[in-house]
Each structure stands twice: as structure tokens, then as C-alpha cells.
Design a protein around this ligand. Sequence first.
Ligand code: SAH
Ligand code: SF4
Length: 358
Amino acid sequence: MHPATLPQASSFNPLSRLPEELAQKMEEAGEPSFRGRQWFEWLWRHGVLDYRAISVWPARLREAMAERFPFSRVAVVTQQTATDGTTKWLLRLADGERVEAVYLPHRWGDAVCISTQVGCNMGCRFCASGLVKRIRNLDAGEMMEQVRVAHAWAERQGRRLTRVDLMGIGEPLDNLDQVERFFDLVHEPLGFGISYRHLTVSTSGLVPAIYRLAEGARPVTLAISLHAPDDALRTRLMPVNRAYPLAQLLAAARHYAERTGRRVTFEYAMLEGVNDSLDQARRLVRLLGHFPCHVNLIPWNPVPEHPFRPSSRRQVEAFLEVVQAAGISCTIRREMGQTIEAACGQLRRRGEEAWTSP
Ligand code: SAH
Ligand code: SF4
């Protein structure tokens, strides 16, 4: 390939592209299409930082690619590991914005929790991420970058990353095009090869986007942040409930379960004296009825800017019992990374105080 024959590619970001798209770029430039698959493989499986490291390419190709298709990896600003192995990264994107990713070691398969936006516009009253309004969406390549950092760290520890949760900073369904592209990129066997069933996307409840996601028919797990058993309280905690109240949200969840065959998870962060009474547990049971779902009770991670307190362990367990007694699958999420401020958005806020933007 001669540099002159390569198409101008200023807006072409190879980190957001599938193997077939990279193959097409190669073909357009008169190269064999298998070079596109190699491109993908070396970007992700080998995690090269530079085209010059792609040893299966002739030198002239490496040079030409470096000139025409530059790419920016994320930079790790800080890394913190808690005693339980939970590891959290503050990452700097190419334009200087920062997001977080968290590695969660589990007995049933390690996961990384990634961000999908810089900030979040949903304004949930209990969340640190929403304290910073959305500055921009991440593109699929920036989501892949978070997985790459986690994957490389896992390899160094002799661990295996098998799951990805879209539960970091941002509302994934407010950025659905890039999120769906990310699903296909991370699923690709030439790269990380993570099965759709091991991907979880969490939403505050953007109903039209849930229907769109269902149309894609990828069997990813949908997690819905519920946090209240009635509209009045949910609207107080999550303004999105005004636009998409519970009846609409549950209908969308049911549709998703039917279309994909996947059981939906409902997340419920336990806030003392706000949503944790046993009467509210019974209302939650009535709300969910015979829906084939799973309820995840989350010990609320204190955020100093918000006026809540986490429920006591005893109250969480009593709540759990009521839900389970009704035949609904329900667990308490293990508290992880207590020593490293694992509540999403917290490290970024701390980081903002400690580092000034470049
Ligand atoms: N925006 C999406 C995904 C990111 S938040 C969503 O809201 O679903 C991931 C989960 O963490 C959500 O269930 C959210 O409600 C919950 N969460 C937010 N702040 C929290 C905190 N301080 N402690 C515990 N859970 C929190
Ligand atoms: Fe945004 Fe989710 Fe936080 Fe709500 S809980 S502000 S949707 S990140």
C-alpha cells in the first residue's frame, strides 16, 4: 500500500470499527481483506499501542497506517485496588475528559463495570455520577478501551475477565447507537470474545430505548434501576419517572424479556427510611407480580453531597425475606471496594478536585 492510495481518514476511528469495516478499508486501499481482520486482532487481542508493533505487517504498511489512521488509547490517571481485589481506574480520554472503570473479581467470573458517558443528565437524587451533567457520549472505541485496560490488568494477575457491566458513569440507553456497536465489538472473537449473555446494560428506564434494544435481539441482560415501588417515590428519587412511569417501564421490561428470552434484573438501592420499609417490600412484590425477574438489593454507597443514609443490614435482610417469600428471586449485592469509593462517579469527582483539566 502506498500512502497516496490510502483514503483520507481524519474521521475514521479504527477503535470503533468491526473487523469487516476494517477489512473494507483495507480493500479500498488495494490491500487484501485479511489485513483488516489482523488490524482488529492486533488492536484488541494484542493491545498494541502503535502500528509499528504489528509484526505481521510489512514495514511500509505499518508506516502508512500510522500516518493515515492514528488512534488514541486512554491513559490511566489513577489505579486503586481494595483489599477484596476490586480495582478502580480513573481514565483520561483523548480530549482530556475523565471516566471511571471498576474491576470486580467474582467467583462466577470476573467483570468490569464501564462508563458510557462523561457525566449523566438523568439527575437521580442518590447518585454521584449525576452531579456532573453529561458533557458528551463515549464512542464504542472508548468503551472498548476500558475493557482493554481491565483485560490487561486481569492477565497480569492471572485472572480472566468474562463479563462486562454497563453500570459506570452515564445512562447507556441515552447513547444506544454506540452501546450497540460496543456490544458487537466486545463480542467479536478476534478480540475479547465476550458472549452477549455476559453483558449487562443498566438503565434508569428510558422506555423507547428499551424497545429499540429489544429489536436488536442480542441476548444481553437488561438491568433496570427501580429503587421505589410506587410512582410518587420513584419520581422523587428519579426524575426520569415523570416521563416514563412504572406501568410503562414494566411493560417495556416484559417486552424485553419476551423478545430476548432473558430474565430482567431490577436494581433497588436501599435508603434508610426512604424506600426500605416492609410495607414497601410488599408493594414491590405486588408491582412485579408474576414477572420472571431477579431483584438485586444494593447497599447504598454514601455520597457526601446527598442527604441519605444506607439501610441497616438487618433492614435489608428483612426486606429480602419479604420479596423472597413471595417467590421472587432476590439477592443482596455484595459490597465491594469499600475502601476505594466504589460508588460510580465518586473517583471522578475526587479526581476533579485533585487534578485540573489539561
Ligand atoms: N445510568 C444507569 C447505569 C449506571 S448507574 C442506571 O442508572 O441504571 C448503575 C447502578 O448504580 C444503578 O442502579 C444506580 O441506580 C446505582 N447507583 C447509583 N448511585 C449509587 C450509590 N451511591 N450507591 C449504590 N448504587 C448506586
Ligand atoms: Fe445517571 Fe444512573 Fe446515576 Fe441516575 S443512577 S444519575 S441514570 S448514572
